[in-house]
Design a protein around this ligand. Structure first.
Ligand code: FES
Ligand code: MG
Length: 571
């Protein structure tokens, strides 16, 4: 691309007052004239924050990206955007995914950038950055922060998925509370994001299978020096991508989305993947619906033996050869010709991959679980669909009928779940309402609600649980999520009462409650919509505009993009 065609020259290539203003203030950073005379200006979109521990090493990582950009003759400019820490943010980081995406989109569009490197790590930072960048659509590459090293406690390997187990063990009286303190110091023992196939790892695999990163991006641990090498190479590559004008819309095709869906099923990826991928597709304008996920991922078994569906950790995936080995194992069902960020096809990137540990990465013929990673349900309990992760669920509950035990909201759940009075047995189906996008708000990860204490004491470790919320990608169990429409919308799900007979049938992909249309209609007549949660600020904007889970929970006015052109000047 010739210098005069560079987007950044619409700022820095100007003469007179405007060019003066655009350059003069930048020069306070000690930048010589020639930097403004036609070098590709590359933004490094950084979600570094000490409040986002998974991304706390990103200033360091950005230095490696800068080195690559400089080496290729580009000019790096690092800028911060809103960072979303999964563990600290209340009521849930998901409430702010769309807000962060707006920050990213407008920061890129408003500034003299020719290309951008997205530094993503913790769960929501990846979709937020990719969504925002899609709505601008300039050359973009993703560098993930990498997973933590595997935790170790008294000789046992541990990771985030163990949080849920240990919590239940404490409630069941098997594990002393003090021991938890020791475990919490042992689990997160290095920089990086959750070390299991939780949402952050699923998102890193998603960007690699979509072709938005260099090959190998997903699995290199944050603490491994090769993470910095990948960052430097990505910096080098984005400058070439600008010269080639290789934009997100060139990489993100229907075929690349289908590849990502297949990979997510094979790795037992997070159910959150569904929501984020739908939102990304909406931004880039690729038609994709919730119902598409099931036929695309059907019959794909679990071939990455990683927690929570399997046994191992992201560090093991890296040593076994990383995601390219998984992709190669799926070769017969992937679209081989999708172009990726390095300009090569996805198949060219994985063709030479070698599996170094068949205990960690299997093949379609030798999977670790024949249950797929994702099933989309439909029925009168979820008019617009719901999601379950069979690979992390119990085989004996895949076809199950039980009486509903309904909790109207999270407070109701917390106050009654461990009481002796709660009428519940292992056949019951726990139903939690008002944890959806509008109802909570923000659709928190409470869908894998704890088993009642008195059943834990009897040794029950799983039950069918249904909600309009999400589950952490590190969670497991027979958990039906993302019921749409959510309870706050007053659809059928909102009408369920304790004692109603619910049937989950995963093989047939159905979720129904034994209620007649007349009974639904009668209950809807008596339904009182919940009161508005906020009357001002971002939360009001969000609850007024957020779409339901089956549409990706993006805000209605954010779907699509506005491109990269800004015609008017600031002075
Ligand atoms: Fe950040 Fe799990 S808390 S990835
Ligand atoms: Mg998570």
């Amino acid at each position: 691309m010739a210098a005069q065609e560079l987007r950044s020259q619409q700022w820095f290539g100007r003469k007179g007052k405007d060019g003066f203003i655009y350059r003069a203030w930048m020069k306070n950073q000690g930048i010589p004239d020639y930097e403004f005379q036609g070098k590709p200006i590359i933004g490094i979109c950084n979600t570094w924050s000490e409040l986002t521990p998974c991304n706390a090493h990103f200033r360091d990582l950005a230095e490696s990206v800068k080195r690559g950009i400089l080496e290729a003759g580009g000019f790096p400019v690092e800028f911060p955007v809103m960072s979303l820490g999964e563990t600290l943010m209340k009521p849930t980081a998901m409430l702010y995914r769309n807000l962060a995406s707006m920050d990213v989109e407008e920061s890129i569009r408003a500034n003299p950038l020719d290309g951008v490197v997205l530094l993503c790590g913790c769960d929501k930072t990846t979709p937020a950055l990719v969504m925002g960048a899609c709505s601008v659509n300039i050359p973009t590459i993703v560098v993930s922060g990498g997973p933590m090293l595997t935790g170790n406690h008294r000789g046992a390997q541990i990771g985030t998925s163990d949080v849920w187990r240990y919590h239940d063990d404490v409630r069941a009286g098997i594990l002393p509370e003090d021991e938890l303190m020791t475990i919490e110091s042992a689990m997160c023992r290095s920089q990086g994001h959750c070390a299991v196939m939780g949402t952050a790892s699923s998102m890193a695999c998603m960007v690699e299978s979509l072709g938005l990163s260099l090959p190998g991006n997903a699995a290199i641990p944050a603490a491994d020096s090769r993470r910095k090498v990948l960052a430097q190479l990505s910096g080098l590559r984005i400058v070439e991508m600008v010269k080639e004008d290789l934009k997100l819309s060139d990489l993100l095709t229907r075929q690349s989305f289908e590849n990502a869906i297949k990979v997510n099923a094979a790795i037992g990826g997070s159910t959150n993947f569904v929501i984020h991928l739908l939102a990304i597709a909406g931004r880039i304008g690729v038609p994709l619906a919730l119902k598409d996920f099931d036929p695309i991922s059907k019959n794909i078994p679990l071939i990455a033996n990683l927690q929570p569906s399997g046994k191992y950790f992201m560090e093991d995936l890296f040593y076994a050869g990383g995601l390219p080995v998984v992709l190669k194992a799926l070769d017969s069902i992937l679209h081989r010709d999708c172009i990726t960020a390095n300009g090569k096809t996805i198949a060219a990137n994985y063709d030479n991959a070698v599996c170094c540990n068949s205990n960690v990465i299997g093949t379609i013929d030798t999977p670790f679980n024949t249950a797929t990673g994702l099933a989309i349900l439909s029925g009168n309990l979820c008019e617009n669909g719901a999601v379950i992760k069979p690979s992390a669920a119990s085989a004996h509950l895949m076809q199950h009928t039980g009486k509903a035990v309904v909790f109207e909201n999270i407070e109701d759940f917390k106050s009654r779940i461990d009481t002796d009075e709660l009428e519940v047995d292992e056949q019951s189906i726990l139903v939690l309402k008002n944890v959806g996008p509008k109802g909570y708000p923000g659709m928190p990860e409470v869908g894998n609600m704890g088993i009642p204490k008195k059943l834990l004491a009897k040794g029950v470790t799983d039950m069918v649980r249904i909600s309009d919320g999400r589950m952490s990608g590190t969670g497991f169990g027979t958990v039906v999520l993302h019921v749409s429409p959510e309870a706050a919308m007053g659809g059928n799900f909102a009408m369920i009462k304790t004692g109603d007979l619910i049937t989950l049938d995963v093989p047939n992909r159905t979720l129904n409650v034994d209620l007649s249309e007349d009974e639904f209609a009668e209950r809807k007549r008596q339904f009182l919509a919940p009161e508005a949660i906020a009357d001002r600020g971002y939360v009001k904007l969000y609850t007024d505009h957020v779409q339901q889970a089956h549409l990706g929970a993006d805000m209605d006015f954010l779907v699509g993009g506005s491109g990269s052109q800004v015609l008017r000047d600031s002075h």
